[in-house]
Design a protein around this ligand. Structure first.
Ligand code: SAM
Length: 225
């Protein structure tokens, strides 16, 4: 099955070389240091998560379409967000916006369990199938409005929002454990700032990081359609 997925040994090696170059030239060169994040980015076959015609460009330095008018983020942004989340092998993480499942795969490598919510059913189903085919088991995908979070599974050590929000939904912050961290693009419809939020001694600390541009989180505590 994997051979059918990847297109045979030659292509597999070629993609591995592209992946290693991506890690060196796009991530390490720009300051990503977390060894676990770099290792995961060097392993997960990103070319399987994009629309098939874009597979040859999967490791390039930009976002790509994944179907249903949605995109997978540029590798650097994915790595930056994962590094900022500071998760460990014991972490339970909530991901909002499963999309292709690429970041879910990375989180599955880095954490104990990933709970992921996607609004568009066909994307969630495709991601579920691919992640299973790749041998990941420590994840659960739900179809629904992720802006409400997943209270039944809370509290989480990390919450990562892969779509833009006009402001940080309080309902999500309430699902974050003490010491937990949330990473989210916050701002306008076209451009946002990546924010990192964590709880320390019961207080919320907020840091503003990179400028970015994400598709909208559409839902009760996000944008209206
Ligand atoms: N991280 C994903 C990946 O690795 O492919 C890409 C995520 S894409 C930038 C944003 C995703 O958020 C889209 O798939 C979109 O359908 C989803 N989304 C938008 N609003 C949502 C909501 N309220 N709840 C869950 N998912 C939502």
């Amino acid at each position: 099955m994997l051979k059918k997925l990847t297109g045979g040994r030659e292509k597999l090696v070629d993609y591995q070389i592209q992946r290693e170059r991506m890690v060196r030239e796009q991530l390490i060169a720009r300051g990503i240091k977390d060894e676990r994040v770099l290792e995961a980015m060097g392993k997960v076959p990103r070319h399987l998560f994009v629309e098939e015609v874009f597979a040859p460009r999967a490791y390039a330095d930009h976002p790509l379409p994944i179907g249903e008018k949605q995109t997978i983020s540029q590798p650097y942004i994915v790595a930056y967000m994962l590094e900022a989340l500071e998760v460990s092998k014991k972490s339970r993480v909530l991901e909002i916006g499963t999309g292709s499942g690429y970041q879910t795969a990375l989180l599955a490598q880095l954490c104990q369990k990933v709970y992921s919510i996607e609004r568009i059913r066909p994307l969630a189903q495709k991601a579920q199938r691919l992640l299973e085919q790749l041998g990941y088991h420590n994840f659960q995908i739900m179809v629904g409005d992720g802006s409400r979070g997943w209270p039944e599974k809370a509290p989480f050590d990390g919450i990562i929002i892969s779509a833009s929000v006009p402001s940080l939904p309080l309902i999500l912050l309430e699902q974050l454990d003490e010491g937990g961290r949330m990473v989210a693009p916050v701002g306008g419809e076209k451009s946002q700032t990546l924010r990192v939020v964590y709880k320390k001694s019961g207080q919320l600390i907020e840091e503003e990081r990179l400028h970015c541009s994400f598709v909208k989180l559409i839902g009760e505590y996000g944008w209206s359609e």
